[in-house]
Design a protein around this ligand. Structure first.
Ligand SMILES: Nc1ncnc2c1ncn2[C@@H]1O[C@H](COP(=O)(O)OP(=O)(O)O)[C@@H](O)[C@H]1O
Ligand SMILES: [Mg+2]
Length: 236
């Protein structure tokens, strides 16, 4: 298996690390049938990839064999942001989906022990047909057999239907919501769309919470934990 060095994985503050820990622990309570977890949001920049990468790393750090599938083919920024270096040349999920490579060529080991990745190597302008292909289903099923957990980073649900197609292949989804930024209606619309996939909404991650703001009572509870705060009010 080829390997990728991740040269720019930022260290998290204690609060964020703790919130990601809680997220992993809570996901553990969703049951053994939940292995393939999609991370989505209603609009871009809410922190899907941030949550997906850090959850992936956290799961690996406690000994799970976990693979992250980057399915945001239009706008993947993970490769650059996290500084992927691959000496053999990167063949991404888009090569596999279009039939240029095979499943086994799509997995990369990383320098994070137990952490594997299926990256995007070149963004694709219109990946809808690729994402509808039976090859994606085959990839997800191969990952399900091979790994303890599969984290799927996706495009935002509000803009294109791609993530809904991906949701059908996953066991459930995590919805990332930008604190004080995402309109309530956008969140409600996405929840309605996700319900149509008949896969459970496993939880909602309230991201970028401003911990400096003083609050009291119930509201404060949801601010605990800072960035990456997890509220499980979406659980079915
Ligand atoms: N909780 C957070 N703490 C620090 N930076 C964050 C956090 N959430 C997101 N970011 C940063 O904000 C930017 C957008 O987040 P990203 O995960 O790419 O959003 P999305 O994948 O939803 O488009 C990135 O630079 C990311 O590193
Ligand atoms: Mg992203």
């Amino acid at each position: 298996m080829n390997s990728i060095s991740i040269t720019n994985m930022p260290e998290l503050s204690f609060d964020v690390q703790e919130a990601i820990n809680q997220l992993r622990i809570n996901l553990g309570f969703t049951g053994e049938s939940i292995k393939v977890i999609m991370v989505t949001s209603s609009v871009p920049n809410e922190g899907k990839s941030f949550v997906a990468m850090n959850l992936w790393k956290n799961m690996a750090s406690v000994g799970n064999r976990v693979v992250m599938i980057d399915a945001d083919l239009r706008n993947s920024e993970i490769r650059n942001r996290y500084g992927f270096v691959c000496e053999t040349g990167l063949m991404g999920i888009e090569h596999y989906l279009s039939g240029k490579t095979e499943i086994n060529d799509s997995f990369y080991m990383t320098d994070i022990k137990n952490g594997f990745i299926v990256p995007v190597s070149t963004n694709v302008i219109d990946p809808t047909t690729l994402l509808e292909s039976y090859r994606l289903k085959q990839l997800v099923e191969a990952c399900r057999k091979e790994f303890d957990y599969v984290i799927v980073d996706t495009p935002p649900l509000g803009s294109v239907a791609d993530a809904l197609n991906i949701a059908k292949l996953c066991d459930g989804s995590l919805l990332v919501v930008g604190s004080n930024s995402t309109p309530r209606k956008a969140v409600n619309d996405v929840i309605t769309s996700l319900k149509r996939t008949e896969k459970p909404l496993l939880g909602i991650v309230l991201n970028r919470v401003d911990t400096s703001r003083k609050s009291s009572g119930y509201g404060y509870y949801y601010r605990y934990g800072g960035y990456g705060q997890y509220g499980q009010y979406g659980k079915k």
